[in-house]
Design a protein around this ligand. Sequence first.
Ligand code: ADE
Length: 250
Amino acid sequence: MRIDIVTLFPGMLEAPLAGSIMGRARVRGLVDIRVHDLRAHAAGRHRVTDEPPFGGGGGMILKPEPLAAAVEALKPEGADARVILLGPAGRRFSQDVARELARRSHLILLCGRYEGVDERVSGTVAHEELSIGDYVLTGGEPAALVVTDAVTRLLPGVLGDGEAPARDSFARGLLEHPQYTRPEVFRGVSVPAVLRSGDHARIARWRQLMSLWRTWERRPDLLETADLTPEEQKWTDGFRQGRTPADFLD
Ligand code: ADE
């Protein structure tokens, strides 16, 4: 998978992309991530990338031509590339979208900046606009990092066996069960006994139940579309009637 990120601030991206799992995946050749300076694609001696909006109002708007030129420069290698503009008005990024993007061979991520991006970029230069949530960032760089991280960790070989994305929160549309490590008691709170029982079947059932309970408590909206087993459906009906996980554990 190749990911090109076009930004006015390459320095904002370099350190995060060099560290941890993304850095390791790059070194191992599992993902080819390249950062490009938008200014290099702006015309003229002053390499202007933004101008005031037509119709007045404050702020500066990113011009379309430098973004188009940057994408054009990547075209020989990017015939199949999906070009995505990061901006708060885009389609909402999610685990499903990350999975969809991870199936592609090449992404070009365009970071918006300042008060906005010329509207004509969407639809002519970019195939779509993605937003990482309902809040406004100063620019698309953190969003490009979020998308790159979420997509990279889904690529084959990037995570070790023990970290398999199949167990993630959202993998089945539910939040992940709680996790504990040593010490057994921390500030008076004990690790649930079942996790120390060594009984793998009981542990698996507890985790499944707690994943559902956590989703019920924190993100009930996810249960509307989650793919539940008949037993999970029964537990959910129980929660609705005021039952708790303790009522379902032996
Ligand atoms: N740029 C500014 N805000 C953003 C958001 N919420 N998502 C993606 N890009 C952005």
